[in-house]
Design a protein around this ligand. Structure first.
Ligand code: GDP
Length: 197
């Protein structure tokens, strides 16, 4: 898909502040630092549409970008572990939950997984929750340039095995690198399919 235009529209901190439009949406989510902003910039061919390593306040909001005046890419807040006095707690933005469960415009969620690591508990927990919502989703392995293609494939395979209970075994997955600028067209193709289906 050719990107003719990509514009930031608005940030929302609650569901009823999201754009009231008929535009179909796809959302991107992953734990902080997974490379989400870099990927948005790669997809849209812009240097700083999404702020790379944005300030903490901004990262709690839903950011809407309008692509080709036709569909929207929604940048969801990252998830993480909040450190509490006694233990670490899964820190999950309630707005994200609401948005994924209730937003009519939302066609598919793309979950970003850092391809450098073995499966991480936090990503597994998120995928399990997402599966439970019934919302269609796909996995995107980021930062593929950080190791050899063989290692990237092995890490992706390890993750897929760990999420077996929650994913369609035939589902397409995507591998990207914002640094090497790879995987862009495949992912854009999947997004276009999601918003035109
Ligand atoms: P976000 O917190 O998920 O939005 O992540 P950012 O896009 O801000 O990226 C976090 C860090 O990882 C930054 O230092 C980026 O430069 C780096 N990064 C992001 N994508 C890639 C990638 O594809 N390859 C490499 N080598 N580094 C990346």
């Amino acid at each position: 898909m050719k990107i003719r235009s990509a514009k930031f529209i608005t940030s929302a901190t609650k569901l009823d502040a999201c754009p009231q439009w008929e535009v179909p949406e796809v959302a991107l989510i992953g734990r902080s630092n997974v490379g989400k902003s870099s990927l948005i910039n790669l997809l849209t061919n812009q240097k700083s549409l999404a702020k790379v390593s944005a300030t903490p306040g901004k990262t709690r909001m839903l950011n809407f970008f309008l692509i080709n005046e036709e569909w929207s890419l929604v940048d969801l807040p990252g998830y993480g572990f909040a450190k509490t006095a006694k233990h670490e707690k899964f820190d999950f933005n309630l707005l994200v939950g609401d948005f994924i469960e209730r937003r009519d415009n939302l066609k598919r969620v793309f979950v970003l997984i850092d391809s450098r690591h073995d499966p991480q508990r936090i990503d597994l927990d998120f995928v399990a929750w997402l599966h439970g919502t019934g919302r269609p989703f796909s996995l995107v392995f980021t930062k593929a340039d950080k190791q050899s293609p063989t290692r990237t494939r092995a890490n992706a395979a390890g993750f897929l095995e760990a999420v077996t209970p929650w994913i369609d075994p035939f589902a397409e997955t995507y591998t990207t690198s914002a640094t090497a600028k790879t995987g862009r067209l495949e992912l854009l193709g999947a997004m276009r399919q999601s918003v035109t289906a």
